[in-house]
Design a protein. Structure first.
Length: 242
């Protein structure tokens, strides 16, 4: 079976539809989401509905918890706070209880899922550097840990006592004797300078993970952000991938 893996949708329905359409064509049967369904983008409600329909494990992100009052607005920067206030006004009771039902971590062999970091899921810290990723390896016992949060895709592997290293292949085997920390990047707001949406697949039989970048209708997503009266910066950054 093939699993579809994605994270950080951030209310960007155009990017989410592009990713889900692609994953469906790839023959994906189950989906895993590493959180932040809402925040920043103009379609929080349709994105929640679409992700909930997939019925796969979804972990809570800081924006998901921010939208239901479980993370204080003071923990977000100004544009994020503005969009969070707007998002809160959009959510129905059902959508609030869906976000409230999300756990901080989930396990689905061979994966351990957490939005920010396995060492401190509630602290919402970023794992950016190879050194940080290496330190995180001892906080999960599964074969591979899937994270989101930084919107910056990377794969780090560590075998036994050898130093961790960055994997640059778009396709790699998840070997049972090696540990992996994988940030699948962001669907709705990539920040690595490439505006295309991020996602991945995992073939459970071959144990192969493949990562992808997909074009989507950025202009439509930007128009919706402007139409909703959200900060201009949130529209501009989608085109720049920053
Ligand atoms: Zn995020």
């Amino acid at each position: 079976m093939k699993l579809g893996i994605f994270s950080d949708v951030h209310g960007n329905l155009e990017a989410l539809e592009a990713v889900l359409g692609f994953l469906e064509k790839e023959g994906v049967g189950s989906y895993l989401c590493c959180g932040d369904i809402v925040g920043y983008g103009a379609d929080p409600c349709p994105c929640i509905e679409r992700v909930a329909q997939l019925r796969g494990p979804v972990v809570a992100g800081n924006h998901d918890w921010g939208a239901i009052g479980r993370v204080s607005p003071g923990e977000f920067n100004s544009a994020a706070r503005t969009s969070l206030g707007w998002t809160i006004e959009q959510l129905s009771e059902n959508e609030v209880s869906y976000l409230d039902s999300l756990a901080l971590t989930e396990e689905l062999d061979p994966f351990y899922m957490v939005h920010s970091s396995p060492s401190a899921p509630r602290q919402w810290e970023y794992v950016f550097m190879l050194r940080d990723a290496e330190a995180e390896m001892r906080y999960f016992s599964s074969n591979a840990c899937l994270v989101g949060h930084s919107h910056y895709p990377f794969v780090v592997e560590k075998k036994g006592h050898s130093p961790a290293r960055l994997l640059r292949n778009r396709r790699f085997e998840v070997r049972p004797d090696t540990k992996y920390l994988v940030n699948v990047g962001s669907v709705g707001q990539p920040r690595d300078g490439d505006p295309r949406a991020c996602c991945a697949t995992y073939d459970t039989k071959a144990r192969v993970m493949s990562t992808y970048r997909l074009e989507y209708d950025v202009v439509r997503a930007q128009d919706k952000i402007r139409g909703a009266g959200l900060p201009e910066f949130l529209a501009e950054r989608l085109a720049a991938g920053r």
